[in-house]
Write a protein that binds this ligand. Sequence first.
Ligand SMILES: [Fe+2]
Ligand SMILES: [Fe+2]
Length: 314
Amino acid sequence: MLTPKGRGTLSEALFEGLRTSPSSWDSICQVLPDNDEDVHISLWALYELHYRGFEDVDDELEWHPDVIGLRRSLEMGFEHELRDRQPDIKVDGPFAETFFAYVAAHDGASLANFLQRDADLEQMLEVLRLRSIYHLKESDPTAWVVPRLSTVTKAALMELQYDEYGCGDPHRLHSGLFAQGLEACGLRSEYGSYIDDVPLEVLEENNAMSLFGLNRRLRGAALGHLAAFEATSSLPSRRVAQGLERLGLPQEMIRYYEEHVEADAVHEQLAVRTICGSLVEAEPALLPDVFFGAFTCLDLEDRFARRVLDGWQS
Ligand SMILES: [Fe+2]
Ligand SMILES: [Fe+2]
């Protein structure tokens, strides 16, 4: 993958810097972003240095202190904003029941309902392109969390991740199933192909997962995000599979969503009861962050759904 297109003064300066490795980063680090898209495409690219990097960027820059410093300042601003978005919540009672009730009470726009019944072919393909930014690296942000956990939580997370990564079979990785689906639909399946097309909401969703995954202190938020994600996946996956079927799209893509109907019905129990349950038992101080991660997952998905649905209505 090559560096994406800049979306403002900061990202243009940053991507030029990443491609040319200047001797001084001072002038780049002092550039103020033009807007949120400029911030989030910059942050997305800075995080990407820790995943697979870019063909036109020197791998050495992953740990360059000025590059890390810029990432820190952007991600701290983003974390503050995410925390400000969360309404106060009162958590009492047994963890798993409280968590499931919290997720169930969250009311947001349903993109899956629209895809199931009403979306036309172009709209469905648009969603697949936008989703590809995450699904082609599905579960990778959560993998950062593994070494930061104690025994019970770690074992449970690895049980879930083992499934996501295909149980040892390279043809069954969820990211690989999605890539096969994209190809069968005539879309590009290379990692990051559609990054220049995605709106702010997709960048925020991806950046939140990297923020939580890469900062050890945010492991509670990372696992709360995972649990909310898994707990809101099974039924919507069935709806999307039915929408794909209705539009006559290929079985490869339907298979990806059908795989998630069954898998995520199991994963939600594992993620909420065992992974997050054991985490908050071992480290009760992380409880608020588990709910912070869950809220962020649900809220960013609402923002994404509204952005897409509003775009189609206008
Ligand atoms: Fe998955
Ligand atoms: Fe899953």
